[in-house]
Design a protein around this ligand. Structure first.
Ligand code: ADP
Ligand code: ZN
Ligand code: ZN
Length: 724
């Protein structure tokens, strides 16, 4: 075909239902393009897309196709299993493939940056350094030289253990006493030996290791039962087989403490991937995984997208955690996608939790997952004593009843630490006029504004709007404006006055932006008596061996939520928070304050435990036709005015009529107005996942084509985490 041209379909990071066609000039290299990044013109600008398909077409057939501007990758960066899993994901979520592929890439690669250097480097003493060592002046540079005199050290190791080393390295390198060398990724041996696993851990570890092909194991073990030791055992065996391991952890579980534990126990560099990393490091970890240099990758949600050319094992820690579900853009579930990938890769996957999701328990009960149980805490720790405290008619100070205050007092007197858990940031959830009943509402959302700054500012937690607390009631001009209820700031105010002689640390998104900041606070506290006040940021991740009392306040709103998952989430949170108490050899106590001491959720949970609660909840979900017994998709739409939203959803509903599914709505969203947008939704549900998928296959292209769709912002959420 002398007059043929190459036409390439490019998936663009835009909400477009299909890829865009471009043509390729002769000067673009001819090797296969699929999975390579291409810079292409779009509108008046340009963007980076990914080639999905190419064909030779006769010259005349290319019409007005624009030309690809640049081929960025000589070889595909998305390929093999990851490529096919991502294409599967786009189909399953009914999301634009270009957006799914872009989501899989670290931001700099998405924007077209070259793949970064991933060669690991280390430092060693030069020959001149060995000679000069004895004559060096005492001080930090000399200590650094002495460290290198024993053996070479990787930069990763130095970063982790010898802060400030770079300055010494620079000054010594100027005199040629030390030198930077390339090292293999796998260097050191484990520096900390593993504990002897107890019988249940051994059995779980052996069950996982018995299998090198695809299988799902639910590692269901109480908090502190040593699940992490089971993961480490499985990862060590995976490394020994010459394979890579991927470990997913919740957003707040990925702490420096945890990475250090993995590093010292496994003896290989740990490649971290989380939202707090500088972009360059994210791209480096991702690329090191692509090149097979990263052997252990530990990351949060988006790490589910790392390439694993030599995959051997995937672990999902705290598999029930809500942070695995992405709430905007591409609404994937990292745990579920990890299972899909493990299947495609033909490798085992371990889902661990003290409070497994109802989905996973259901799968284990149905025999689809191996159910591995750890019933007891490892080592010498005992389970905490949980007491429900009835606070009806009791005097409360910042939400704390007399029993709680007395228990805090005696715990501190005995030298222990206390965690007061309140899942509400700010000073108070509501500002109310005691004279006329006016309360401060957000102007853009159907939601009250939260009082912050010791009662001086109002902030909307949904849209971020802020304004000062008014000097007088805007409705009656009275001066009786009062903050109602208690957030973490107000509890902190009370406790730091009441217990003035011990440190009181508030730990929530307001007080602690950086992950390392939190660790610094905790290090400063050490094991001294003190009080921590926290939201769910504190529910896991940090080992607090001297924490012997947990007080949980303000859970009652969770007992009566309309969300079908609210009970499950509350039960998980309570068990996880309770699990913070008494981690080491000191017994722990948990006080649950409530106005509803007889509520069945609390009763079942406290007297019979999480699994009894889960069994009851599963039976209710089955009777009501909710997940995991039904599969759902949620079509959300919003606009400045309500009419277009209603019209769009009504039209969408007409197109969705199908015997295999139920369609509910259009319904107002639980928060009908947010950030100035009117919000409504349509719920599709079916007992059969396949039936729902086939309806969506036909329906979603129609949504893109509907004229009503152009007047709203809409999104589809397959397997929604909640109906919000
Ligand atoms: P989980 O991940 O289930 O919360 P961890 O693996 O963090 O539990 O273990 C809890 C504590 O018990 C840790 O301090 C850990 O070092 C210790 N531990 C775990 N397994 C053993 C064991 N077999 N022998 C002694 N200590 C153990
Ligand atoms: Zn008033
Ligand atoms: Zn708002």
């Amino acid at each position: 075909m002398p007059d043929a041209v190459r036409r390439v379909a490019v998936a663009l990071p835009r909400p477009l239902p299909t890829p865009f066609d471009y043509c390729l000039d002769a000067n673009v290299a001819a090797s296969p393009l699929r999975g390579c990044r291409l810079r292409v013109p779009l509108g008046r600008g340009e963007t980076v897309g990914i080639a999905v398909d190419e064909a030779q077409v006769p010259q005349g057939d290319t019409g007005a196709l624009k030309s690809v501007l640049e081929r960025i990758d000589a070889v595909p960066i998305l390929q093999g299993e990851l490529w096919s899993s991502l294409v599967w994901l786009a189909r399953y979520l009914h999301a634009p493939v270009g957006e799914v592929l872009a989501t899989a890439l670290p931001a700099s690669l998405r924007q077209g940056a070259a793949l970064p250097e991933t060669q690991a480097h280390g430092w060693r003493l030069s020959e001149a350094g060995h000679t000069a060592l004895a004559g060096l002046r005492a001080g930090a540079p000399r200590r650094f030289a002495e460290l290198l005199a024993t053996r070479e050290h990787s930069e990763e190791d130095l970063d982790a253990r010898h802060p400030g080393w770079r300055a010494h390295a620079r000054s010594l390198a100027k005199r040629d006493l030390v030198e930077r060398i390339k090292i293999d990724a796998v260097v050191a041996a484990p520096t900390v030996p593993p504990p002897v696993l107890n019988d249940e851990q051994r059995a779980a570890a052996d069950a996982i290791a018995s299998n090198e092909s695809f299988s799902v194991a639910l590692l269901d073990g109480v908090t502190g039962s040593g699940k992490t030791e089971v993961y480490l055992d499985a990862i060590a065996r995976t490394l020994a087989r010459g394979r890579q391991a991927l470990v997913l952890v919740p957003e707040i579980g990925l702490t420096p403490q945890m990475l250090e534990r993995f590093r010292t126990r496994l003896g290989v560099p740990i490649h971290a991937l989380h939202s707090g990393l500088p972009e360059g490091e994210r791209a480096r970890s991702w690329t090191a995984a692509l090149r097979g240099q990263a052997r252990v990758i530990v990351g949060t949600r988006s790490a589910a997208f790392v390439p694993l050319p030599e995959a051997g094992l995937i672990v999902v820690d705290e598999e029930h955690d809500g942070s695995y579900k992405q709430f905007d853009g591409i609404r994937y579930h990292a745990r579920d996608f990890a299972i899909v990938r493990a299947k495609a890769l033909g490798i085992p996957i371990v889902l661990g939790s003290a409070t497994p999701s109802l989905e996973s328990l259901h799968n284990a009960q149905a025999g689809r997952y191996a159910h591995l149980r750890l019933h007891r805490r490892a080592g010498s720790a005992h389970p905490p004593q949980v007491r429900v405290i009835d606070v009806r008619k009791r005097p409360l100070q910042a939400g704390l009843g007399p029993e709680a205050v007395a228990a805090i007092e005696s715990t501190l007197a005995a030298g222990g630490q206390v965690l007061v858990f309140r899942n509400r940031r700010g000073y108070a959830p509501v500002l109310l006029c005691h004279d006329c009943g006016w309360s401060a509402q957000c102007r853009h959302c159907d939601s009250p504004m939260t009082v912050h700054g010791a009662g001086r500012r109002l902030i909307c937690h949904h849209c971020g709007a802020q304004r000062p607390v008014p000097p007088a009631c805007p409705q009656c001009a009275g001066l009786a404006l009062q903050p109602q209820g208690n957030g973490t700031e107000r509890i902190e105010e009370f406790l730091s006055q009441y217990f003035a002689n011990v440190p009181v640390l508030r730990i929530d998104r307001g007080s602690t932006q950086a992950r390392d900041g939190l660790q610094k606070h905790l290090d400063a506290l050490g094991t001294h008596p003190g009080i921590l006040i926290g939201t769910q940021m504190l529910a896991k991740g940090h080992d607090l061996p001297n924490l012997t009392l947990v007080v949980v306040v303000g859970i009652d709103e969770g007992l009566f939520s309309a969300d079908f998952r609210a009970g499950e989430k509350l039960a998980q949170l309570l068990v996880q928070v309770a699990g913070r108490a008494g981690r080491a050899d000191k017994p722990g106590a948990v006080l649950l304050q409530t106005h509803h001491p007889d509520h069945p959720l609390l009763q079942t949970l406290v007297t019979q435990g999480y699994h009894a609660f889960a069994d009851g909840e599963l039976a209710e979900r089955e009777a009501a036709g909710f997940p995991p017994f039904a599969h759902m998709a949620l079509l959300r739409a919003e606009a400045k005015h309500g009419d277009p939203v209603m019209h769009f959803l009504q039209a969408a509903k007409r197109h969705a009529a199908d015997v295999a599914i139920e369609v509910h709505g259009p319904l107002a969203a639980p928060m009908p107005r947010r950030a100035g947008y009117q919000r409504m939704q349509l719920i599709l549900s079916s007992p059969s996942r396949a039936a729902l998928q086939s309806v969506l296959d036909a329906w979603v292209p129609l949504l893109y084509a509907m004229p009503e769709a152009r007047r709203v912002r809409w999104s589809l959420d397959v397997d929604p985490a909640d109906l919000y």
